[in-house]
Design a protein around this ligand. Sequence first.
Ligand code: ZN
Length: 280
Amino acid sequence: MKNNFPTNPCLFCNSINYKKTFEYNNRPQGEINFHNTTHYFREIFQCQVCFHYISVHNMDLSNLYSGQYVDSTYSGQEGLKKTFDRIIALAADKSDNYGRVKSINDFAFNFFENKKNHTILDIGSGLGVFPYAMQKLNWECTALDPDPRACEHLKNTVGVKSICADFLKAEDIGQYDCISLNKVLEHVDNPIKMLSKVKKYLKPKGLIYIEVPDGEQSELDGKDREEFFIDHLHIFSLTSLCLLAKKSDLTLLNLERLKEPSSKYTLRAFLTHHGSGKHT
Ligand SMILES: [Zn+2]
């Protein structure tokens, strides 16, 4: 099979030294059938300097986030509600969301001098299990999602304020004490551009929380791990996540590597913006 070795330098370290990690000639089990082609071919390459992974293929995924995502992932509006109900009913030790909420709430308690109810913008809320749980802990939540059905669900079932928009095109969406991106940056072309834009909506001395798939741990378990599925353009390493913070002119406060109750390998980071230095 042909190789499509990337010709663009690594977004994070500018190297052009890549190694092919995995090749797929069939859709791996569990991956959603997004593409409209009978011939499946995809490769994962890893930067040999910062160990970041990228997914490379020529299949058409133009419908990925235009409604088909909600249809394929959750079987539409009813499916959203069912999945939401199932996840919020999970016991603490079975729930990725429980650990995420606890982690942010604990970190924020130490980070913010003021102990008032803080505002949080959650970018890419989807099902809304995260803003739902944060709201229960008295955070003032705003959930942003590009899918109109997800937004309806957020408003009607979850009961959180929602903004229906593509964050990269959104403007004037307010200023927040905290902004979270849970499993979002791996889906966008340029995570640096996105995170740089996040700063605009962060109040001074605000907190950014991000979660991304951990490629280095996932690779050890083999090519069929969901971290390498087709909807992830980027799969991070500890180093590439640090470089992402630096290139976005953010200060990394904490970085954690974990295996979540769902078995996902995840990197979790807290960042802030000191407002000094060069803005990108
Ligand atoms: Zn690199």
